[in-house]
Structures are given as C-alpha cells and as structure tokens.
Design a protein around this ligand. Sequence first.
Ligand SMILES: [Fe+2]
Ligand SMILES: [Fe+2]
Length: 311
Amino acid sequence: MPVKDDTKDRERTAERLLTASTKNWFDPLTEIDWEAPLLPDAFFIDEERCTLYGTPMWDRLGPQQRIDLSRHEVACTASVGIWVEVILMQLLVRHVYDQDMTSRHVQYAFTEIADECRHSTMFGSMITKFECPNYGPGRHAHALGRFLKTVASGVQPFAAALIAEEILDAMQREMMRNETLQPLVRDVARIHVIEEARHVRYAREEVARRMPNLNRAQRAMCRLLIARVAHVTARNLIHPGVYAAVGLDPRAAAREAWTNPHRSRALQDWGRRLVGFYEENGLMGGPGLALWRRSGLVAPDYRPGKSTNGG
Ligand SMILES: [Fe+2]
Ligand SMILES: [Fe+2]
C-alpha cells in the first residue's frame, strides 16, 4: 500500500495548536495561590471516587481519615502524572530528533514539552502542599517506564501518551466541576484540563494519521504495547502506601479497593473515551485484550465494540 504524505495535514494541526497555546496557557507558580490554607473539611477528590468508597473498610474509617485518604490518593495520582509526563517529554525529544526543527509540528512538540515541564512542577508543588510523599508508580512500573521511553517509536509514543492523558483528563474534569472539593485541587485540574486538551488533539491526530500506514505486524505490536501501558498505568495509579498513611493495612486495603465495584465504575468511566478512540482506530484487539480486562479500564467481559464498554 502506498504511504500517504501527511506533511500538510500535520503542519495544519500544529499551526492550530500553536495558536491556541499562545492564547491559553498558565504559569501555575503565579496562577495558583500556593499560600492559601487547605480547607479543613473538604475532600480532595469526589468521595465516591475514592478507591475504598462503599466498602466495609471505608465504613470503618472516621470522617478525617476519609478526607486524609482522598488527599493521599490525589497526591499519589499526581506523582504518577509526573512519572508519565517525564516519560512523554523524553519520547517527544526523541521523536523530534530526526525531523525538520523549523517545522510547526516540531515547534508544537517543544511547546508541549514546555507545558509538561510546568505541569510536573505544578503537581510536585501540590504534593508538597499536601504534605504527602512522592509515591510514584512503584518499582516495577518505574522500570517498565524506562524501557518504554527508551525504545518506543513511530506511532507508539502518541498512542501510549493518550492513556494517561485521557484518564487524567476525565478524572480532572470531574474535579474541576465539583465545587465542594479543595480549591487548590480544582485550580490544578482546570489548568491541566485546558492545556491537555491540545496534547490529546496532537496525539489523536498523529495516531489517526499514522495508523493506516502501518503493516499488520506493526499494528499488532502497537496494540500489544498500549494494552501493556494501559494495564501498568491503571494498576499503579494508587500506591498501597496511601492506605498505610491513614492507618490501614496496605495489602488488605489494596485488595479491597481492587474488588470494589465503585472503583471499577470509576476506572471504566475514566477510560471510556480513550477506549472508544482506540476502537475507532483499530487499536483494541489481539492478545492485549486480556491485559485490558485486567486493567479495570474496561468491563471484565469486554469485547471491542462500542456497546460493550457500558457507554
Ligand atoms: Fe500534563
Ligand atoms: Fe500532556
């Protein structure tokens, strides 16, 4: 099959995104009031989106412990966000290395890297403000991330970047709309949602452009890779240390969270748009489906096809 020349289309997308970036970007260090005290009684994420919500273990927690758990869970997710952003920054730097540095496509990649630098600083400042540790994704995921950021190429970085970007985006859209949450969390979510919308567009259009040019083996490889990334990301969003921080047995709590139907619903809600996009672009299928089902981002009986993911 002849390979389509997508240069013009790619440049048009980048031009649009660069224009949008000059109009709507934020310096979180000055935009956010980092000195403002946290509200004593406000949750950090919707109570129902806490991983233990609705379980017997949750029922035994006092009001302050529940709020504290929500604080640690948000801090943990932000630390995983930094991990993902650092991987993405390296993938983007590697992506542009062999390209025309004067192209708008490369210039937008630089702009996105700059956005991610600010986001990671913002997430780090938020974790410090919450007086939480830098949980990170755990040792195994950290090692897999090193492998991914070193070897992924072609369409893979763009397809893989969408996983964390879309999941975080869906989660943060809920957070910025919930007026009962900590104002700091809502401010961080708002800035991230606005800037990530461009990143999602950049990655989605690149995936849609490149997928038709892949051969069967490359397509199968990409499907498997994103299934693995989805599995590792979803399973490591919450470090068991968050449960220990509120006085729970971390292993027992992690088990309880993983079998919690509320948790499953949250993950499937946050994964729905991502999975729909992958389905449209032939990225759901093959042996990776087992990993998808274990990731919790789709139902345990999921089969590719829009009606089956509860949406
Ligand atoms: Fe980001
Ligand atoms: Fe991003």
